[in-house]
Design a protein around this ligand. Structure first.
Ligand code: CS2
Length: 487
């Protein structure tokens, strides 16, 4: 079928019934400001919210704020805020248009507009998917304050960073009597609710203020694999939708959301959309970070070093599934107290099955980026827990050693690999000053206090294990190392 329409309000009636949005664009009044208009939010929280509003009503339209580039805003405006979610890996391609976006903002271009939106009494939730690095915090959750951020917090400079948008937004809201608010961090951080509460309190202190009493920071665990959209995805979305969409997002069929139920200003009926509302997210959060995200990173670093393009390709390396299973069973399962009725081993198996979804085209280097920010949350906790129990986390050390090799910037074939990381300059500098040997590299990187707490940096057993694995990888490459482990 030739595609002739561009997605937009006028095209809705021409879409197949199953692809139409569950709410009409512009009809739901805004109740949520969301910072971070990336693919993940659009394929996850936005879909849950649209379904919740379709099921139970409420003024919970989402004002989507793009932090830096405004390209996505312009493209969405041309489509009346509509975009489609293309679900791949099920029986057939499914595309569905989403109409829950009720406004668009641009933090870099109009930060005060975002501050006003946060202060608006109609807004009762401010949520975020801005990636780990945007919070500008150290591994303990303390703000990494520099002069520029200080100026943003005190009002001497426009509040373009996430901590400043939140702090200045809360202050304005309090001054305007905006009423109770929930700040909901939907990034893959340990204890994301309390951590962001601490960060915002610290940001407010710098601004000479205190956290208002009517603001809550519940924790939440979000889960759906959402790779970057490729030109091929865009073609497939148009075919499945019957309309051209400049900004489709792609996702796996699986989606999960567990939310601590603490919303002083109310919330959408997300349970009606399949979310789990609970009073303790911690077991879910730990399980997901350690038995999904860490395993994802293992595939990404080992696969990228071996010259494989996709996460699904990494899983096909001989010996890889066996290695990942041992990683899950021996280093992760003993450190995770799962939610009642959930087995870490079975959960880990389901992670592997999801990673095998080749249709997603999820690239190793996408998951490999920002390792210095991701690994403390997904991998270092398991390592620290095993070390405290007197055990040697052999497989977790292999994954960390693979990151260290990745940080050198080239793979086993000598081809260069992109070190896309907020600490890239620092990593390159410490490596440039160290011998290119296993011990030289491991010591240089363990010395990064932004990444490794002193207890791990000074752990001789861990250091020896990292040096051993780094040496194996350097001598034999990933393929031979991993294959050798299964025999
Ligand atoms: C991935 C996650 O890029 C990454 O680091 O591990 O984005 C992962 O796909 C999601 O957390 C799945 O919910």
């Amino acid at each position: 079928m030739a595609v002739t329409y561009r997605l937009g309000r006028d095209a809705i009636s021409a879409l197949p019934q199953r692809s139409r949005p569950a709410v009409q664009p512009g009809e739901v009044r805004p109740g949520i400001v969301h910072l971070g208009l990336g693919a993940f939010h659009r394929a996850h929280q936005a879909v849950f919210t649209e379904d919740a509003v379709a099921a139970s009503g409420g003024d919970w339209g989402i004002v989507g704020v793009a932090p830096r580039s405004r390209v996505i805003i312009d493209q969405l405006r041309e489509q009346d805020g509509l975009y489609s979610v293309l679900t791949l890996g099920g029986a057939e391609d499914e595309a569905r248009a989403i109409g829950i976006l009720a406004g668009l903002g641009h933090a870099a271009g109009d930060p005060y507009g975002v501050v006003s939106a946060i202060a608006d009494p109609g807004i009762r939730i401010v949520s975020m998917t801005v990636t780990e690095k945007a919070y500008r915090m150290d591994p303990d959750g303390r703000l990494l304050l520099d002069d520029e951020l200080r100026a943003q917090l005190t009002g001497a400079a426009p509040p373009v960073s996430v901590p400043a948008l939140l702090a200045r937004g809360l202050l304005r809201r309090q001054a305007a009597g905006g009423g109770p608010l929930t700040v909901l961090c939907c990034d893959n951080l340990m204890a994301n609710g309390p951590r962001i509460q601490g960060l915002v309190s610290q940001a407010l202190e710098v601004a000479g203020a205190q956290l208002p009493a009517d603001v809550a920071f519940p924790a939440t665990m979000v889960d759906r694999i959402v790779p970057a959209t490729s030109p091929d995805h865009r073609r497939r979305a148009a075919l499945a939708l019957g309309a051209d969409d400049a900004v489709p997002v792609v996702a796996e069929p699986f989606t999960q959301w567990v939310i601590e139920d603490r919303f002083p200003g109310g919330r959408p009926d997300w349970a009606a959309a399949g979310a789990v509302l609970t009073d303790d997210v911690t077991p879910w959060e730990t399980l997901k970070l350690r038995a999904l995200n860490a395993v994802h990173s293992a595939c990404a670093y080992l696969g990228a070093l071996a010259g494989r393009e996709l996460i699904a390709d990494s899983l096909e390396l001989p010996g890889m599934p066996g290695l990942l299973r041992r990683f899950i069973a021996e280093d992760i399962a003993p450190t995770v107290e799962p939610p009642p009725g959930v087995s870490v081993i079975e959960y880990g198996e389901s992670s592997l099955a999801r990673f095998a979804n080749r249709e997603l085209g999820h690239r190793n280097i996408q998951v490999a980026m920002d390792g210095s920010q991701k690994l403390p949350h997904r991998l270092l906790g398991s390592i620290a827990d095993r070390r405290e129990a007197g055990a040697v986390p052999v497989w977790a050390a292999l994954v960390l050693a693979a990151w260290m090799r990745f940080a050198r910037g080239y793979g086993d074939s000598g081809a260069s690999l992109p070190l896309d990381d907020p600490l890239a300059d620092r990593i390159r500098a410490v490596l440039a000053g160290a011998p290119d040997t296993p011990a030289g590299t491991v010591d240089a990187l363990l010395g990064l206090s932004e990444v490794f707490p002193p207890s791990l940096a000074g752990d001789d057993v861990l250091r020896a294990e990292l040096i051993r694995w780094y040496g194996e990888l350097a001598r034999h490459g990933v393929e031979a190392t991993v294959r050798g482990l299964s025999s």
